[in-house]
Design a protein around this ligand. Structure first.
Ligand SMILES: NC(=O)c1ccc[n+]([C@@H]2O[C@H](COP(=O)([O-])OP(=O)(O)OC[C@H]3O[C@@H](n4cnc5c(N)ncnc54)[C@H](OP(=O)(O)O)[C@@H]3O)[C@@H](O)[C@H]2O)c1
Length: 248
């Protein structure tokens, strides 16, 4: 249990695998009430079952973050069940990499819809709740690719993560008056399903090489717990977590 985490209601998008799942499990162990959103209901239900079997408190809400009304529903269901939300982890994301010349425009659009618009819909849904409560915490998942561009292959993904940085910094400046915290979390190579999303053959080999040194998802869960457990007048603005041996 952790004093500043116990009893907090933490909503996590993309909680059916990888970083989101690991974060839900870790925070539940620390006494948080976790509300898990993603598309794969069976995965969410299995995680909630595990957490509750261990005495934790968890709720699954099946949502697609590209649908604004479904993200609204996620936040509303959390408030309905627990009377408040304390933290929104905007984590859902995809990483189909390819060089521009491959013209995988459909994948560019999906990344923009999930990695950028999904985060914005999360902000739109939770901000009124946080503003009314004069308290709240957004934790937005960027990437080391949101700090540096990697090309060929990573330009559009980097674009979406640079956007998360810009949106988060502006959000921080606009919401500090309402005692709302904003944290940007930028992981390096972390073991998850993310690496499976690349369809381009050359980019796929680069991803394989990059993830040879990947570290487990609980490294990110611990960083998220660290940001949440600070006293309310302390905001952790940015965290970068890489495998020790990673250069990029
Ligand atoms: N792993 C890394 O190395 C790494 C590095 C830097 C940044 N990140 C960022 O970390 C975040 C989590 O990624 P991960 O590594 O944990 O990958 P992951 O294992 O593939 O998890 C991605 C999650 O996003 C959800 N998701 C995807 N599309 C969605 C949609 N339209 N609506 C709702 N949920 C959706 C997936 O659930 P469903 O398919 O069930 O919907 C899944 O739960 C992403 O934003 C990613 O960019 C990861």
């Amino acid at each position: 249990m952790s004093k500043n985490i116990e009893g907090k209601v933490v909503v996590i998008t993309g909680a059916s695998s990888g970083l989101g799942e690991s974060t839900a499990r870790h925070l539940a162990d620390l006494g948080a009430i976790v509300v898990l959103g993603a598309r794969r209901k069976d995965r969410l239900d299995a995680i909630v079952k595990d957490i509750t079997a261990k005495g934790g408190n968890a709720l699954a809400v099946t949502i697609d973050v590209t649908k604004r009304e479904q993200v609204d529903t996620l936040i509303q269901e959390a408030v309905k069940a627990y009377g408040k939300i304390d933290v929104l982890v905007n984590n859902a994301g995809i990483m189909p990499l390819s060089p521009f010349a491959a013209l995988k425009v459909g994948e560019w659009e999906k990344m923009i819809d999930i990695n950028i618009k999904g985060v914005l819909y999360g902000i739109a849904a939770a901000l009124p709740v946080f503003t009314k409560a004069k308290s709240g915490h957004f934790i937005n998942l960027s990437s080391v690719a949101g700090i540096k561009v990697f090309a060929p292959g990573g330009s559009v993904y980097s674009g979406t993560k640079f956007a998360v940085h810009a949106i988060s910094e502006g959000l921080r400046m606009e919401t500090r008056k309402d005692n709302i915290r904003v944290t940007i979390l930028s992981p390096g190579a972390i073991d998850s399903e993310l690496k499976q999303g690349t369809t381009d053959a050359v980019a796929s080999q680069n991803v394989k090489d990059f993830y040879k040194n990947a570290i487990p998802a609980d490294s990110i869960a611990r960083a998220i717990a660290y940001a949440i457990e600070q006293p309310s007048d302390v905001e952790i603005d940015e965290i970068v977590v890489r495998p020790t041996v990673q250069d990029f």
